[in-house]
Write a new protein. Structure first.
Length: 134
């Protein structure tokens, strides 16, 4: 039935029990951070929930969900909200999945591109400084 198809899909993706444990640990830590440090903006909460859902689906289709995790991370970093979960755990899992399951040379470009984007987003000046105001 449904469980047999899910197990077959997981085996077809080649994801082992270590990846499952890392994904579940990462999702659990992100949920705990959400509880401990609630977000001020609704958009941050929505992106964090989407991030967790993409992370939980990652073992079924690792590469597309890794990109989705990265997109939710960067989108959340662009919001003017410093509260909420950090999403670092999921981002590290996504980069590991891209490195592990990316067969093409194009996938090898993703971790440096994502890392450079994260670096650019994290070093931008705050929105309240005079540098960003027009």
């Amino acid at each position: 039935g449904l469980i047999r198809r899910a197990v077959a899909r997981i085996r077809a993706a080649g994801v082992g029990p270590v990846m499952w444990c890392v994904v579940l640990l990462s999702a659990g830590l992100t949920v705990l951070e959400m509880i401990e440090y609630p977000a001020q903006l609704v958009a941050t909460t929505v992106l964090t929930v989407a991030h967790i859902l993409c992370l939980l689906v990652l073992p079924f289709c690792p590469l597309p969900m890794s990109v989705a995790v990265a997109v939710t991370y960067v989108a959340c970093a662009l919001l003017p909200d410093t509260s909420g979960a950090s999403l670092f755990y999921g981002m590290w899992v996504a980069l590991a999945a891209i490195g592990r399951y990316g067969r093409s040379r194009w996938w090898w470009l993703m971790p440096p591109l994502i890392t450079s984007q994260i670096r650019a987003v994290s070093t931008r000046p705050p929105a309240s400084s005079g540098i960003c105001q027009l």
